[in-house]
Design a binder for this molecule. Structure first.
Ligand code: SAH
Length: 231
């Protein structure tokens, strides 16, 4: 996929300026350069980066408003989707949460070189953050199964905030296993965006949850408990 093909596929709601395309181009180049020294992604060829990282990350922005929102991306890795959103939506205040220090070093370098003013990087584990009830939107792609993700994400949201879980087709099974987690944490399914990815990559299921009430203080639990006994 090229940048103009991406723009066509995104439609009228997301219009990237030449300056934003230039930022994405630089980001792709840094990803390729740094990937030679550390393992950031298995996808480095530019057309693939555009399709499987940039386009994929922007699909949910077609239905989820991000302008002016306080957002957190949990387990952002090399910046997906958080850094892509920060580039595409300069009024969105983005907090990138990443446990691995060397990935945070890469993220900081991209933020510096692209001169992004709306990004903060937290080199922490998501379940150890002291940022409860602060975000309008929390997102995670490829971090953990849904019942675990919900426990990490929902406590960080303001009441009526949205948690977006970016899943593949198997997200449906995970949703069926998340009923108790939703009840306990105080959240409900709001919407599911289904999009067939190009080139038979399969289905992208973007599941959006609304936080309906304040979450009990004891969540999230310690990682060992979350993992051993998911809600
Ligand atoms: N979201 C990115 C990266 C997915 S890989 C993408 O879709 O490409 C998962 C990332 O989450 C890794 O970089 C890992 O270091 C980080 N991670 C794993 N557990 C975490 C936790 N509990 N808190 C914060 N980051 C975590």
């Amino acid at each position: 996929m090229t940048y103009s093909e991406m723009q066509l596929a995104l439609g009228d709601k997301i219009k990237l300026t030449d300056a934003q395309i230039a930022q994405l181009t630089k980001y792709a180049a840094l990803l390729k350069e740094w990937n030679e020294k550390m393992n950031l992604t298995s996808i480095v060829e530019e057309n693939e980066v555009i399709e499987k990282h940039f386009f994929d990350c922007l699909i949910p922005a077609k239905v989820l408003p991000l302008e002016g929102k306080a957002c957190a991306d949990l387990g952002t890795g090399a910046g997906f989707p958080g850094l892509v959103w920060a580039i595409a939506f300069p009024t969105c205040q983005m907090t990138l949460v990443e446990a691995t220090t060397k990935k945070c070093t890469f993220l900081a370098e991209v933020v510096k070189q692209l001169d992004l003013k709306n990004v903060r990087i937290l080199n922490h584990r998501a379940e150890e953050l002291n940022n409860k009830n602060q975000f309008d939107v929390v997102v995670a792609r490829a971090l953990a199964p849904l019942p675990i993700l919900l426990e990490l994400a929902i406590p960080l949201l303001k009441v009526h905030g949205t948690f977006l879980a970016m899943k593949s087709a198997k997200g449906r099974e995970e949703l069926a296993q998340s009923k108790n987690a939703l009840d306990v944490l105080g959240a409900k399914l709001q919407d599911v965006q289904e999009e067939n990815l190009p080139n038979e990559e399969g289905l992208r299921l973007n599941m959006m949850f609304e936080k309906t009430k304040p979450t009990e203080h004891k969540y999230p639990r310690k990682w060992a408990d979350i993992e051993k006994k998911p809600l």
